[in-house]
Design a protein around this ligand. Structure first.
Ligand SMILES: *[C@@H]1O[C@H](CO)[C@@H](O)[C@H](O)[C@H]1NC(C)=O
Ligand SMILES: *[C@@H]1O[C@H](CO)[C@@H](O)[C@H](O)[C@H]1NC(C)=O
Ligand SMILES: *[C@@H]1O[C@H](CO)[C@@H](O)[C@H](O)[C@H]1NC(C)=O
Ligand SMILES: *[C@@H]1O[C@H](CO)[C@@H](O)[C@H](O)[C@H]1NC(C)=O
Ligand SMILES: *[C@@H]1O[C@H](CO)[C@@H](O)[C@H](O)[C@H]1NC(C)=O
Ligand SMILES: *[C@@H]1O[C@H](CO)[C@@H](O)[C@H](O)[C@H]1NC(C)=O
Ligand SMILES: *[C@@H]1O[C@H](CO)[C@@H](O)[C@H](O)[C@H]1NC(C)=O
Ligand SMILES: *[C@@H]1O[C@H](CO)[C@@H](O)[C@H](O)[C@H]1NC(C)=O
Ligand SMILES: *[C@@H]1O[C@H](CO)[C@@H](O)[C@H](O)[C@H]1NC(C)=O
Ligand SMILES: *[C@@H]1O[C@H](CO)[C@@H](O)[C@H](O)[C@H]1NC(C)=O
Ligand SMILES: *[C@@H]1O[C@H](CO)[C@@H](O)[C@H](O)[C@H]1NC(C)=O
Ligand SMILES: *[C@@H]1O[C@H](CO)[C@@H](O)[C@H](O)[C@H]1NC(C)=O
Length: 483
């Protein structure tokens, strides 16, 4: 009985609202009621102190959403909705796409939205900013997003979106787009070449998906591009030389793909290869193409990228010598070229890496002697030259590396005595000299009180075992194979 009585009164309320509000207010009333309809569909709201403001009371003639939490208006019409991080749980099923003609910004990131992004999203034709990141949205990205031609920012990071980035998205129609983040989803298929039409795109993040195929050479036409993050996909093929045309590129992250082919020489034109290395909070300017199938030589032109602070080309199939010109990268703090087939010597000019802290040239075919100038890289704390073919003696200048914490010269053809200057390496905690032809006495290590781990196996060293913890705790295997 109660229910029967209640329904007409609700109708009466709505009719009353509609009639007692003037024409000027009528649009905002429509928008208000439409938003309330969506609110009613939501399953929960973690932050309960937020949406109570979303209400129309009978006494309130102003059925106006403009004062509600998270809502901003232009005139009497909703222009911005921002409910980021308020525990909104629900779907877009009842979202009033058709009732918000002036909506320009929609930020529903970091919530519990699930289900699909419906094709009706195209009705928000004035949208310039759309952020649905960090939800559980699934299914395909509707091609209709391509009709939101005023979009400048589209963030869909970390959802469960799958399917391809279809050509039908007409991504190229979003000609105002400046930021596109769809990283951390389940996108598969190849990257449409129509991206090349996005002349204003500055930030493009498609990393951590399952995208395959090659990087379209049309990427070279996105002339405003600042950041290109394609890491952790299944991309194959060549790195298109056209990327060399992107003179504003500061971040280029391609690691963990199946890229192969030559590093295009044009990449050397990128003057500002600056990007935050994902694992670090520092502002590193770095180029990471590690763990791909890159072949060919290291282009000497990379030496022109004067801003470069980190260069990681490890675990590829690079051949040839380390170009002398690379030593012009005097801002480098990390240089990782391990796991390639580089040959020849370490360039004498290596001493000009005055900022270098981390140098890993291990597992290549480098040979000749370790240059004396290695001692000029005074900031080195990690030096790994293991598994190469370095010969002759360890230069005494190595003693200048007083910061060095980990030193690995194992698996080479080094001979002669360990220079007495080794005693200066007071920061050393890990030392591996195993599998060389080093001779002489190991009493030299008596001074290295900080050594934690030592491996000198398979040399021709002799003498009493030094009275430092690392030697006292060393296993037989780490000392064996000496005289
Ligand atoms: C109200 O809506 C009508 C129809 O949707 C539209 O023609 C009119 O311009 C709107 N008025 C305002 C003030 O937005
Ligand atoms: C809930 O919303 C209020 C009002 O905006 C805000 O001050 C508070 O930090 C929010 N709490 C949580 C847990 O998000
Ligand atoms: C939404 O609000 C949050 C703070 O609550 C703010 O950090 C964010 O920039 C806003 N989004 C937009 C699009 O203005
Ligand atoms: C919204 O779009 C309509 C046409 O699509 C246009 O007439 C109107 O000026 C736009 N409003 C804003 C605030 O840009
Ligand atoms: C995409 O996800 C939806 C829902 O999670 C699923 O039903 C569909 O099979 C998936 N499609 C593909 C191509 O993986
Ligand atoms: C994209 O633009 C082309 C013409 O440039 C047009 O034919 C197509 O319908 C547009 N697609 C969408 C989704 O608007
Ligand atoms: C890449 O493709 C292979 C098969 O071709 C598949 O097994 C693997 O899971 C894919 N990796 C990613 C990150 O999608
Ligand atoms: C680079 O840009 C120039 C001029 O815009 C163009 O002629 C050239 O073909 C582009 N190079 C590549 C490799 O795309
Ligand atoms: C690199 O190429 C070889 C074949 O040339 C292939 O076996 C290997 O899986 C590839 N590695 C990656 C990471 O794609
Ligand atoms: C990173 O750079 C920005 C500006 O370029 C600066 O404000 C910030 O302090 C830097 N952060 C670190 C950790 O160096
Ligand atoms: C040096 O490099 C080799 C091969 O890349 C690696 O196995 C070893 O652990 C590295 N040494 C140190 C001390 O990190
Ligand atoms: C290592 O270098 C020596 C000369 O110092 C050379 O005879 C030998 O062939 C090289 N070995 C490899 C595997 O490159």
């Amino acid at each position: 009985m109660k229910r029967v009585a209640w329904l007409p009164s609700l109708l009466l309320l709505i009719v009353t609202l509609h009639t007692c509000l003037s024409d000027v207010e009528s649009n905002s009333t429509v928008e208000a009621l439409a938003l309330l309809n969506w609110k009613a569909s939501l399953l929960s709201l973690t932050n309960r102190s937020v949406l109570p403001s979303w209400t129309v009371s009978p006494g309130n003639a102003q059925a106006n959403p403009c004062g509600w939490f998270g809502i901003h208006c232009k005139g009497d019409s909703v222009s911005r909705i921002n409910l980021t991080s308020y525990g909104v749980k629900g779907t877009f099923h009842a979202f009033p796409f058709s009732s918000l003609p002036n909506l320009e910004e929609l930020d529903l990131s970091i919530n519990g939205l699930f289900g699909t992004i419906p094709p009706q999203i195209n009705q928000l034709s004035n949208l310039t900013y759309l952020d649905l990141s960090y939800n559980q949205l699934s299914g395909r990205t509707p091609p209709q997003i391509g009709q939101l031609i005023h979009l400048k920012t589209l963030h869909l990071v970390q959802n469960l979106l799958n399917g391809s980035i279809p050509e039908e998205i007409e991504i190229g129609n979003l000609s105002s787009l400046q930021e596109l983040y769809i990283d951390n989803n389940q996108l598969a298929g190849s990257i449409p070449s129509t991206f090349g039409k996005l002349k204003h795109l500055r930030l493009l993040h498609l990393s951590t998906n399952s995208l395959s195929g090659s990087i379209p050479s049309e990427f070279g036409h996105m002339e405003s591009l600042n950041e290109l993050a394609l890491y952790k996909n299944n991309l194959s093929g060549f790195i298109p030389p056209s990327l060399g045309n992107l003179t504003d590129l500061t971040i280029l992250q391609l690691y963990e793909n199946k890229l192969f082919g030559l590093i295009p020489e044009e990449l050397g034109n990128l003057k500002l290869l600056v990007f935050l290395e994902w694992a670090s909070c520092n502002n590193l300017s770095s180029l990471q193409i590690a763990r791909n199938n890159i072949t060919g030589r290291i282009p000497p032109e990379l030496g022109n990228s004067a801003q470069l602070q980190a260069l990681d080309l490890s675990s590829n199939h690079l051949v040839g010598e380390i170009p002398k010109k690379l030593t012009k990268l005097t801002s480098l703090t990390r240089l990782i070229l391990s796991g390639n087939q580089l040959y020849g010597g370490i360039p004498m000019e290596v001493g000009s890496f005055s900022q270098l802290e981390y140098l890993d040239l291990s597992a290549n075919r480098l040979s000749r002697s370790i240059p004396e100038t290695i001692g000029d890289m005074l900031k080195l704390y990690y030096l790994n030259l293991s598994s190469n073919n370095f010969s002759l003696g360890i230069p005494r200048q190595i003693g200048k590396l007083v910061q060095v914490n980990e030193l690995d010269l194992s698996h080479n053809m080094l001979s002669g005595e360990i220079p007495t200057q080794f005693q200066s390496l007071q920061s050393l905690s890990t030392l591996n000299l195993s599998y060389n032809n080093l001779s002489g006495s190991i009493t030299i290590f008596n001074e290295l009180r900080g050594l934690v781990q030592v491996d000198i196996a398979h040399n021709e060293l002799e003498g009493p075992i030094p009275d430092v913890p690392a030697f006292q705790n060393a296993s037989i295997q780490e000392l064996e194979g000496n005289c």
